[in-house]
Design a protein around this ligand. Structure first.
Ligand code: PLP
Length: 384
């Protein structure tokens, strides 16, 4: 059997050994409830505070009290968008997002539109997946209260001009949310410098555990609560804290704070080798997204005359874990809404392949991926 190669770090990442080591004592030894007054509880409370400080630091947030823990990126997105829109609906019912967001964002906006009577503008993107800045400017209205633009796209990896968007919205006094689930821990983010009011992040995309995320909320910004109950998270997000998860998220942030630049350089070089190799060795391939302003680990292609489902199954049989786009939509036969928004035809979009690299990817794995992928594409095309 061929050795397995994991090429889907965009779907999730393994928990780093250092992160796991930090978490383990909080399952068994230090199991106290952070809300308890006795020593065991206070130990948990301290661990949550440390985790919060580490997450805040990596996002350039000066005050850790602006960071609220959630069950992941999906909850953070839902809370930010719904929580802000509902709290401020008296000021206006127009909200803006982009046509290439993750479904955690898109479906939240759809729900506001369909169930709460909001007017939603879905901004177009260009052929590389960049949000059209002029369209954003033109879309702003007197009654616009919220704009949500993802930091980087989870399928094609395009990194948006977040700072410029943040500056514009700050001038206009409109709240700005960004879904940084794919970007956080992968590229530098600074909520202050980028003028972001709310930022969604998730640990499992950056070598932390699944089921823990966070929402940054700029001081003074008011949101409806998402979860009602006890007074955890300063009474804004009830529920006993996921202490091991928070400790793990904090440890993952500390790790990336130290290594982001070196990991980025290495992963970017490997990604560029992979992209060059795929384009040189396989005919009828196009790279999607921007060649440079893309996430370090992201390579995304359309392969003519190949169906994504058959390709992914063959790759899996050949030992390669890959996806056609986001993990959440794989398994569905629908072509990606992101590719369609970029002006790619339905037919072409059905032949999409996302290979996402991570800190453990090696040169040998890139070579092997190229070899196996070329053979599979050739075979699938010969069957057409
Ligand atoms: N937003 C983006 C851009 C994502 O890529 C994902 C996960 O794939 C999510 C949100 C959802 O995050 P989580 O899996 O932590 O709920």
């Amino acid at each position: 059997m061929e050795t397995r190669i994991y090429m889907d770090y965009g779907a999730t990442t393994p928990v780093h050994p250092q992160v796991l080591d930090a978490m383990l004592p909080y399952f068994s030894e230090h199991y106290g409830n952070p809300s308890s007054v006795y020593r065991e509880g206070q130990r948990g409370k301290q661990a949550v505070a440390q985790g919060r400080a580490s997450v805040a630091k990596l996002m350039g947030c000066p005050d850790p009290r602006e960071v609220y823990f959630t069950s992941g990126g999906t909850e953070a997105d839902n809370w930010a968008i719904r929580g802000y829109a509902l709290k401020h609906r008296h000021k206006g019912k127009h909200v803006i997002t982009t046509s290439i967001e993750h479904h955690a964002v898109l479906n939240t906006f759809k729900a506001l539109e369909e169930k709460e009577g909001f007017d939603v503008t879905y901004l177009p993107v260009d052929e590389k997946g960049f949000v059209d800045f002029n369209s954003l400017q033109n879309a702003l209205r007197e009654d616009t209260i919220l704009v949500s633009v993802m930091t980087a796209n989870n399928e094609v990896g395009t990194i948006q001009p977040i700072k410029a968007i943040g500056e514009l919205l700050k001038e206009q006094n409109i709240a700005f949310h960004s879904d940084a689930v794919q970007a956080f821990g992968s590229i530098p983010i600074d909520v202050q410098a980028m003028h972001i009011d709310m930022l969604s992040v998730s640990a499992h995309k950056m070598y932390g555990p699944k089921g823990i995320g966070a929402l940054y909320v700029r001081k003074g910004l008011k949101l409806e609560n998402f979860m009602e109950g006890g007074n955890q998270e300063r009474s804004h997000r009830a529920g006993t804290e996921n202490v091991p998860g928070i400790v793990g998220f904090g440890a993952a942030c500390n790790l990336m704070a130290d290594e982001l630049e070196t990991v980025n350089q290495r992963v970017t070089a490997l990604r560029d080798d992979l992209i060059e190799g795929v384009i040189a060795e396989i005919p009828g391939v196009t790279l999607n997204g921007d060649p440079v302003r893309r996430l370090p680990g992201n390579a995304h292609f359309c392969l003519e005359g190949v169906q994504a489902e058959a390709l992914l199954t063959s790759l899996d049989l050949a030992g390669i874990a890959a996806s056609s786009g986001s993990a959440c939509t794989s398994g569905s036969l629908e072509p990606s809404h992101v590719l369609l928004a970029m002006g790619i035809s339905e037919e072409k979009a059905r032949g999409s392949l996302r290979l996402t690299l991570g800190r453990d990817t090696t040169k040998a794995e890139i070579r092997e991926t190229l070899r196996r992928l070329s053979a599979i594409v050739q075979r699938l095309r010969s069957l057409e």
